[in-house]
Design a protein around this ligand. Structure first.
Ligand code: ATP
Ligand code: MG
Length: 334
């Protein structure tokens, strides 16, 4: 665990995921693992980002309804504790939409167009003429973070430009009106490549191992993953730095990865045996997750109760901040 921050006791954590499908191992190493640790120390809000999901899935809003409960179950399965963390649904907090509108008045379109994550996601999805909501989602994300005055955001490295944007919004708001908002800082997790080896593991790219995978699914997905293309026979010297599976060794079993590197480059460990080892390491991560999932699956009503209670609490916080924001801007007329 590599969290080192100069946290004050008052730190507040906010993070979340788009409800576009099941969570996967990339989410686990990039963010979920850190959240499980942070929830023990800090007030934690975890958001099911259904509005942000609409920025790319507005044609199929039915995806969101199924996904909300699926993602909530993923959270509980990895060890997010509803007694410690507040789980809530983004679209049920209208103050987030309201804040987004106010912030959008002083965010320039060119700063959004130059955001490197927006650029690469737009290219990945083949977007040319960008939708207003998609281009502006970093502004909405600033509203997500600031409604609860979050100071820490555990997320993957693709989120760095968005957190920078949120910090700018906070500074600008505080300087324009009154110092009511708080600047967040990111806690960057590790980045996991997709099984295809060509980009990060992602729900939408079909290159993921989802957290609810069975042992057979893990084994078969790993078996099919490409490795070093220059390695034809198992005794050929390999090039671990170009191999996705070696990248997984570094993340899931770092203590053994030096060894794997040596054996691969000397041609004494074949790809099949190397894949069997990483499958074992991933199984160790997934097994406790499966056990917790099985327990929650027997009580499906609990998920709705947890989301309703968390959303009610988050809404209270949002109302409070919204009151301060209106007062700072002098738009509380009556
Ligand atoms: P989508 O394809 O719908 O955008 P996604 O798989 O990219 O889904 P998000 O919901 O956009 O997932 O990301 C949620 C969080 O998980 C973010 O903090 C992001 O940085 C992190 N994350 C997602 N994929 C990875 C990955 N492969 N490695 C590390 N972190 C990741
Ligand atoms: Mg994404």
């Amino acid at each position: 665990m590599t969290i080192s921050t100069n946290s004050q006791p008052k730190d507040i954590v906010l993070t979340g995921d788009r409800t576009t499908g099941k969570l996967h191992l990339g989410h686990y190493v990039g963010s979920l693992k850190n959240r499980v640790q942070l929830q023990q120390q800090y007030e934690t809000y975890i958001m099911l980002a259904d509005v942000q999901a609409l920025t790319t899935h507005f044609h199929t809003p039915e995806t969101l309804a199924g996904s909300v409960r699926q993602v909530a179950l993923d959270y509980l399965s990895v060890g997010i504790d509803p007694d410690q963390a507040t789980l809530f649904v983004q679209s049920m907090i209208p103050e987030i939409a309201e804040l987004t509108v106010f912030y959008s008045m002083f965010v320039s379109v060119s700063s959004l167009r130059h955001n490197p994550t927006i650029k690469s996601e737009a290219a990945e999805r083949g977007y040319e003429d960008l939708y207003y909501g998609f281009l502006g989602y970093p502004v909405s994300q600033a509203a997500d973070i600031t409604f609860c005055k979050a100071t820490l955001v555990p997320a993957g490295d693709d989120q760095i430009p968005h957190i920078e944007q949120a910090r700018k919004i906070v500074r600008r708001f505080n300087e324009l009106y009154a110092p009511v908002l708080v600047e967040p800082q990111i806690i960057v997790g590790e980045r996991l490549d997709g099984l295809d080896g060509s980009s990060k593991m992602s729900k939408s790219l079909g290159n993921a191992i989802s957290l609810d995978s069975t042992t057979d699914e893990v084994r078969s997905r790993i078996r099919k993953a490409p490795t070093d293309p220059a390695r034809v026979h198992k005794t050929d010297p390999g090039h671990p730095e170009v191999c996705t599976i070696y990248g997984y060794h570094r993340i899931f079993r770092p203590e053994d990865s030096g060894n794997i590197h040596d054996m691969c480059t000397r041609g004494t460990l074949g790809c099949a045996a190397c894949k069997a080892k990483i499958t074992g390491a991933i199984e160790e991560v997934l097994e406790p997750i499966r056990e917790r999932r099985a327990r929650y699956e027997q009580r499906p009503g609990d998920i709705d109760d947890i989301l309703m209670a968390g959303t009610t609490k988050a809404r209270e916080t949002a109302r409070q901040t919204m009151g301060e924001v209106r007062e700072a801007m002098g738009i509380n007329y009556f």
